[in-house]
Design a protein around this ligand. Sequence first.
Ligand code: NDP
Length: 270
Amino acid sequence: MYKLAVFGNPIEHSLSPKIHALFAHQTGVQAEYTKILAPIDGFSQSAYDFINQGADGFNITVPFKIDAFNLATTHTINAQCASAVNTIKVNGNELIGENTDGIGLVNDLTKNLEIDLHDKIVLILGAGGATRGILLPLLQQNPKRIMIANRTASKATQLAKDFAKYGKTCGFGLEKIKNDPVDIIINATSASLNGEMPNIATGVANNAACYDLMYGQQTPFMQWAEVNNASMIFDGLGMLVEQAAAAFEFWTEKQPDTQAVIKTIKALND
Ligand code: NDP
């Protein structure tokens, strides 16, 4: 029996236990996956308590991904590039830190939505933790270039510099976005959480595939994309399921059928 959990604060809303129960059922893996509310200043103590109870692994969500990076004793390349960890595998005394957010996004885009990233121009809105987590897997798909636009321009230019060794990147402020269309726009700001959409040039969306990392409702970004003639519009539910699948495989070496789970979770959310 695998002993697994997700840590966060808040955590009540998390869909992860449901998703992992579906994966376990599908693959015939015996697993118990719970939600753990860790105190804001007490993540590592909560994590050690769980490890001492015989944990095999756990997920980490907001606001503990950097604490989890510090807790891990070794890091995958994804975790190193993201400077954040959303999945830990317990291997004796070793705590292996991984970050599956970027793999989750790329698998949703390329496998489920059949969007080929090769040679495409990608615009990412936002330069926070989520953007740092998705950049390496996106660049590994060999896009023509990735442009990072952020409210605080300096964070976007810094991220572009940090990832320039993996592919063509550039960073600037949101106000510098031009009306020239791009192929794919990814909203990685947290503006949608507050019901907001940054005021940016609208021509950039013309005929673009638009993807909001947020999920569960028609977000202001998705509404903006529709009004401005995007060719395809998606929320981040597929990414949520795919990042969970990558974590499940990291722990159990079993690959779940994500499409069936996305359908089930979508139906639950509607
Ligand atoms: P962070 O807090 O690290 O970064 C927030 C980013 O949003 C910053 O770039 C910030 O700009 C920008 N921002 C916030 N409010 C506004 C606004 N009103 N106008 C313009 N820009 C704004 O958050 P994360 O990167 O961790 O998360 C971003 C989003 O991604 C969240 O909605 C989260 O739910 C989602 N997410 C989804 C996942 C999935 O599985 N589907 C996985 C991970 C994240 P500035 O730097 O100027 O402050």
